[in-house]
Design a protein around this ligand. Structure first.
Ligand SMILES: Cc1cc2nc3c(=O)[nH]c(=O)nc-3n(C[C@H](O)[C@H](O)[C@H](O)COP(=O)(O)OP(=O)(O)OC[C@H]3O[C@@H](n4cnc5c(N)ncnc54)[C@H](O)[C@@H]3O)c2cc1C
Length: 512
């Protein structure tokens, strides 16, 4: 028989310090209890106890939140779902079940080894399904396969009614389902707003019954990979501008749903000058039609007109004499994806900000990015810009079909700094990244107001500055930046499934 007290960790328990730590060490909570839930009933009991005793509750799956949503000082009961991590095919629903505590490495491995399928989720293996899927979820296969939530068939969650009773509810993608809106709220409404997800079921719409190996996208066997790097020492402002313009132009021209080049995904990482590097990583499944040609023309187009010579061409070599035409073939799951996953720093402190792009950055935006990344009064190699490929199949879904509203974007931009460990340095790093972001969006009050180029931000990359009038001077509420026209429906779902606002945080959906 299991010991029920083993599932309750209090401050004097030796397990406590490790359990309160997550990805961002700027936020380490001090809850009275951590509840290690093993099933939906454990979750229901913990939520009921929190409601009955008037204590604030939060839920954590992979602990990779950028902000303090699970670590706020007011949180007194933290439900930890890391043990709820089953991944498999559920014959009862004829769909894949993914429990929220499953980290992406476990999800990818299980789906791949069992059925040769996958989901278009993120690159960080330590992120868990719990927060990732509710936010929408995207990654290197999204241009080919859409968002993770485009494959979400149903969700099971513990919610609390107006009577204060916690109950388990299942909502499906079937519009006739009375709990259809519970499902919809979890297709991009973000975690921590409606209840505690205890199961996700995934199956691509329109796939054949009783054929698990055809119910989710096919996992690539291998990818052609190309890494092209330039050194800050060799890159002029003109080169920098050309690189960013070329990169965005390629995405403007190659992001229509179904276009052959949507098989390709790339990531452009430009560190602060003190980090020395501008790095383009591009991958395409090796069996995609014309894979080698698409990869070649992509890198050619991006490097065109840049006077600085690239430093090296592949991940395996630092041979500076190699040309940018060199590529390597890497097994997708065993080599490429793990090589791209960044393990968390055990004490790292971070600040991340983000914005969607419908078209390439304006000249004024590129100039602002250059100014901050090349500034000599900041010297953190972890300060950076990351511009990630998007579009393709993501754009095949209507903005209102799921809660993920930004459907005609071609790129996501992240502006971040990180990995310092001393709290005394917080102010310096925060000041830099806030000024950098404010200046990129200077034309619209310091935030990515939806317009011809920009389109708000991603709730999976939450930034509470967007709800702070000091940093958001646009006059547009933060909710419109994350959820656009989908916000009123999310509020109705909030009213239906969390009318007492039991689940809340800095960017949770508010009651109407
Ligand atoms: C290094 C790194 C890389 C990333 N890469 C990508 C990427 O490639 N693609 C992408 O789309 N995103 C990416 N993200 C963002 C990531 O998807 C989000 O941070 C996600 O919310 C993390 O989920 P989690 O369960 O690990 O985090 P947690 O901190 O556990 O949870 C995050 C939020 O979701 C809530 N939540 C967690 N579990 C549940 C649940 N079961 N039910 C209801 N609410 C819940 C929490 O309360 C919290 O508000 C990345 C984040 C990091 C730190």
């Amino acid at each position: 028989m299991t010991d029920p007290t083993a599932a309750v960790v209090t401050r004097d328990d030796p397990r406590y310090p490790a359990l309160v730590e997550g990805y961002n060490h700027r936020f380490v909570g001090r809850p009275e209890q951590i509840r290690l839930a093993r099933d939906a009933d454990d979750v229901r009991a913990a939520v009921q106890e929190a409601v009955d005793s008037g204590r604030r509750v939060a839920v954590r799956s992979g602990g990779h939140c950028f902000e303090d949503f699970t670590a706020h000082p007011d949180v007194r009961i933290l439900i930890d779902l890391s043990a709820l991590d089953h991944v498999g095919h559920d014959p009862a629903r004829d769909a894949f079940v993914v429990e929220p505590g499953a980290r992406l490495d476990h999800v990818y491995r299980t789906l791949h080894d069992g059925w040769g399928v996958t989901i278009p989720a993120g690159t960080c293996f330590e992120v868990a399904a719990g927060g990732h899927i509710a936010a929408g979820g995207y990654g290197p296969l999204s241009r080919r396969d859409g968002l993770v939530v485009d494959h979400l068939a149903a969700v099971e969650a513990v919610v609390v009614g107006a009577d204060g009773r916690a109950r388990v509810v299942v909502g499906t993608s079937d519009p006739g389902d009375p709990h259809h809106d519970l499902w919809w709220a979890h297709t991009g409404g973000g975690g921590g707003s409606f209840g505690v997800v205890t199961k996700y079921w995934l199956r691509t719409p329109g796939t054949p019954d009783a054929e698990p190996s055809r119910q989710l996208p096919r996992a690539p066997r291998a990818v052609l990979r190309r890494d092209t790097m330039w050194s800050w020492d060799a890159v002029s402002e003109a080169d920098f501008t050309t690189l960013l313009r070329n990169y965005c132009t390629w995405y403007e021209e190659n992001s229509k749903p179904g276009a052959p080049a949507t098989a390709l995904w790339s990531n452009l990482i430009i560190t602060h000058r003190s980090g020395t590097m501008l790095m383009l990583t591009s991958v395409i499944p090796d069996d995609a039609p014309d894979a080698a040609e698409i990869l070649h023309s992509h890198t050619e187009a991006i490097a065109r007109g840049i006077q600085a010579a690239p430093m090296s061409a592949t991940a395996e070599t630092t041979d500076t004499a190699k040309t940018t035409d060199t590529t390597e073939t890497a097994p997708w799951l065993d080599t490429w994806l793990p090589s791209y996953s960044w393990p968390s720093d055990p004490a790292g402190r971070y600040k991340n900000k983000a914005g969607y792009l419908r078209r390439g950055f304006s000249d004024a935006q590129i100039a602002a990015i250059y100014r901050h990344l090349s500034s000599t009064d900041y010297d953190n190699p972890m300060g950076c810009l990351v511009v990630t490929g998007f579009g393709g199949q993501v754009g095949a879904v209507a903005p209102e079909a799921t809660a993920a509203a930004q459907r005609d974007c071609i790129l996501k931009a992240s502006y971040s700094t990180g990995c310092w460990t001393d709290p005394a340095d917080d102010e310096r790093h925060l000041a830099w990244v806030r000024a950098y972001y404010r200046d990129v969006y200077a034309h619209s009050g310091g935030v990515p107001v939806p317009d011809a180029i920009n389109d708000g931000s991603y709730i999976g990359y939450p930034d509470t500055d967007l709800a702070d009038p000091e940093w958001n001077r646009s006059g547009l509420d933060w909710s419109a930046l994350y959820f656009k026209e989908n916000y009123p429906r999310l509020q109705r779902a909030k009213q239906e499934y969390d009318p007492l606002d039991v689940f809340h945080h800095g960017l949770s959906v508010r009651l109407p």
